[in-house]
Design a protein around this ligand. Structure first.
Ligand SMILES: [Zn+2]
Length: 486
């Protein structure tokens, strides 16, 4: 936990904090004598009381026990396995895993999941909501050509709110039932449609950071903003959304250096710092893209240094996540490490648009912060189980074809990336240690029949290759169950 994480957690707790402020204000004015309220007596006088009562009720609901085969990653990436154990959630946070249920938790409601597996919810560190509509298409193109032929024409449709309503509705419903409990999401340049996406994601119960995309150069007329327009719309969007939601917050989102002028990048860096907002973008994904950045920014030693010049690698109050980093040089990696930047590894996307293979085992050995991402629609689906499989498979090819001195990723590594490591971008998220937010998936893997008697570790190892949303029986985010996920 560091200051940056504290800042983002405070950001995510924004709505609750507002509520607490209201209660204190009432107390200060000596209006504490609120009647033991009858339903319907909600006036301004006793609003804070009702608010607190609702919070207490909510917290009671978020205290319970699940029994099953519990698994999560330790900080050193090893698997922690607790077969047939009790997993306790207290007020939305994990209180621990126990072989025998301690007496102090005996009054909590208990659900016995029998032989099912319980793992932490997954964090998708990089996904494009407007590209969901064309997932699986255009995989015969390289990045820049793919953007021109598929991405930009599709993203232009989000000027039409009716289209956005339908497309983002579809995206949100898939995210709700997926293995993802937290996500960093790109929208488009359109402010109103971005807010619509945030409305929809808030309703899913997931905790997400959503970005209105900025681009004011090197993109087609029909999707390119003016510099002043981009800055003004982004300011307005942040004002409108920063405190609007409980679970959804804005994240500053320059598409990438090639499509943003220095003036825009400077303004965005300042906005992120002034508002304490996190930042997301793309970095060193494709060789053509890197060559472009060299032309635009000839003075900076690396692409990463160009972002840094504009204050876009984050600071002590606002963390940053950069997608890809497939071709990052040692100098760039040293800078990312110094700034504490998270790398969103997107293995399927890197294969689909022929970007390359990011040397993730090396990044982990260097102590860089790395999480996993679906990167729809460079990636073909939002399924984080599949993303784990792709991470493992890509590392095998890297070992065979590029550098046999680096180890291949194991299941334990991929599981760590998808849960604990990526979850850290959101604070204490992605493990079942005491004090972690209670994000959990209850998984029924009985449809993958076998004649073998598998250990819990073996059952986990199969999940990347066989599991999907269909295997998720229950899903919890910060202790709240997502009901009726169908
Ligand atoms: Zn992307």
């Amino acid at each position: 936990m560091n200051l940056r994480i504290c800042a983002i957690m405070a950001l995510l707790a924004g709505a609750t904090a507002t509520c607490a402020v209201a209660i204190h204000a009432e107390e200060a004015e000596g209006r504490k004598e609120v009647p033991q309220t009858q339903e319907g007596a909600v006036g301004t006088e006793n609003f804070s009381y009702i608010c607190k009562q609702k919070q207490d009720k909510e917290m009671q609901k978020r205290s319970f026990v699940l029994k099953g085969n519990v698994a999560f990653s330790a900080a050193d990436r090893t698997l922690v396995l607790h077969p047939n154990s009790y997993l306790v959630c207290e007020e939305g946070r994990c209180a621990g895993v126990f072989e025998t249920l301690p007496e102090r938790y005996s009054s909590l409601p208990l659900t016995d999941h029998g032989d099912r597996i319980i793992i932490p919810g997954m964090t998708d560190l990089h996904i494009h909501a407007p590209q969901f509509a064309f997932r699986g298409l255009g995989m015969d193109r390289e990045l820049m050509e793919w953007l021109e032929n598929y991405t930009y024409p599709e993203e232009s449709h989000y000027a039409d709110l009716d289209y956005a309503e339908r497309a983002y509705g579809l995206f949100a419903s898939h995210m709700r039932r997926s293995a993802t409990t937290r996500a960093c999401v790109f929208a488009t340049v359109h402010r109103r449609a971005t807010t619509l996406l945030m409305d929809k994601l808030e309703a899913t119960g997931l905790i997400t950071l959503v970005g209105k995309v900025n681009m004011d150069r090197l993109s087609p007329d029909f999707i390119r903003e003016t510099t002043d327009g981009s800055i003004a719309e982004t300011r307005l969007w942040i004002e409108e959304t920063a405190k609007k939601y409980e679970r959804t917050k804005p994240i500053v989102t320059p598409r990438f250096i090639p499509t943003c002028t220095p003036e825009l990048l400077t303004a965005l860096g300042k906005m992120a710092a002034d508002c304490g907002l996190p930042i997301q973008s793309h970095l060193s994904e494709n060789l053509g893209e890197i060559a472009l950045v060299r032309e635009f920014e000839p003075e900076t030693p690396t692409y990463g240094h160009a972002y840094d010049k504009y204050g876009l690698l984050g600071g002590t109050d606002n963390p940053c996540v950069m997608a890809h980093c497939v071709h990052s040089s040692d100098a760039e990696l040293a800078l990312l490490k110094e700034r504490g930047v998270y790398i969103a590894h997107s293995p399927e996307s890197n294969m689909n648009v022929s970007s390359g293979i990011a040397p993730i085992a090396r990044y982990l050995a260097m102590g860089l912060r790395v999480g996993l991402a679906s990167d729809v629609a460079g990636g073909s689906s939002e399924c984080m189980f599949a993303a784990m499989a792709h991470a493992i498979q890509a590392s095998h090819l890297h070992w065979r074809l590029v550098d046999s001195t680096q180890p291949q990723l194991t299941f334990a590594d991929a599981f760590f990336l998808a849960t604990r490591s990526g979850g850290a971008f959101f604070g204490k998220v992605g493990a079942f240690e005491e004090g972690y937010d209670f994000d959990a998936l209850v998984i029924d893997d009985s449809d993958t029949e076998t004649t073998r008697a598998l250990s819990l570790a073996e059952r986990l190892e199969r999940l990347p290759y066989h599991a999907s949303w269909r295997n998720i029986v229950e899903k919890y985010v910060a202790g709240a169950i997502l009901e009726n996920r169908e």
